[in-house]
Design a protein around this ligand. Sequence first.
Ligand code: FEO
Length: 491
Amino acid sequence: TITVPEGFNWQVLARWGDELWSKSVAFDQATRGTADSQALAFGDNNDGMDLFEANGRKLFVVNNEYTNTNIIWGNREEGKPETDDDVRKGMLAHGVTVMEIAESDGKWSIVKDSPFNRRITPETEMDITGPARGHDLLKTAADEAGETVKGTWNNCGNGRTPWGTYLTCEENFNGYFSAADENHEVSAELKRYGISSKDWGYGWARIDERFDVSKHPNEPNRAGYVVEIDPFDPESRPRKLTALGRFKHENAEVVLAANGQLVVYMGDDERGEFLYRYVSNGKYSLNGNNSRLLEEGKLYVARFADDLTGEWLELSPATTGFASQAEVCVYTRQAASKVGATTMDRPEWVAAKPNKVEAYVALTNNKNRGIKPNEGGDPAPVNGPNPRAENNYGQIVRWAPDNADHTASTFTWSIFALAGNPLENSDAYAGSANINAGNMFNSPDGMRFDENGFLWIQTDGNYSDKDGFAGMGNNQMLVGDTETGAIERFL
Ligand code: FEO
């Protein structure tokens, strides 16, 4: 069950396979549905989500990040796809679900047949925007112009813009590519992103050749971006935002700097990868056209110094040696390695405090810290913001931009919480002073501030409740007071 404090309750709003339209087919646990039924139903494995309200309507937008093979194909003996339809069903369970929701008699549910209900899947047509649009690295047999792309998948965290659009962030996009010839050697550029001749069991190349990297080596260059969706315009084409860089995106925390420039903070969730910032060239205008703000801007990566200062290093042809900004936006990890960014303990969500110029990043864990470098060969020694070798609990790091300006190139930082278990450990693994028997947790992941400035923290980690994790129970949601350091369990 789910445990919440007295005075709160919880309910299930939507389940994998729930119908979005009258024409949808009711979910069948025995068959676990078909590709056609999945196309008209709520997707699987929810991750980032947000609520949009206008004209008395509430639209809930949810990322359907991935699928668990033994569940989605639990009807098959080996829990693996047997037919092409099985594969396509799995594919269509990915993406984003937009659904109107409403409350009646204290119960929330999906408004079936709402004109806003929509499934965005790996088959949805979208446009490529930003510096890499039209670049040779994005051209494929299906798209010789490098300007349009089919679909989004492995949608992890999210964000929202001041003009009311939803940002969905492509994370482990690599796990869907394979090669018919298992001995096929992928390029070093693709290896940095984890692409190999084997996929993670999804089998997509079996039904769609574009996922065969030996035949279409540029196809993976078209994934790993932040995608913008307008939930209130169901006919709109989603936009892949190459200006925000290509990596395993967690979320996209959008803030307006005091001067009106748009700032987006983003983590790359892999061991020893980096923390990024995007700053728009233009300024936000309340009723104006803001469509270029996520297309034209500068991309930065963070370098932390052990003296509690840090700086944002610009990623441009001049600083990285790449031939163009388009290449920087496609090979963003390599660009960040070239400027000497700080390798981090898996940057998950970034949350910016609404009533103070300050931001927080969840560094979920990193068993490789102090053990081995990241995939690009950048060393990952114990350092200031990543202070613990073989870090299996994680930490939350915060920074304050200098001059209280989110566009400033320098900042000061500190650790808000070093997760740990003070009952099992007496050293660095006990955690920081604000961790105690009643709030201990591991692997901070989702984070968002509420309007009162309290930080909500979700975990995605070890739920064995044993040994070093004893007393942490299952995953949890906590709330923190970032002024006093106090953290309490909520859920
Ligand atoms: Fe999709 Fe970093 O979790």
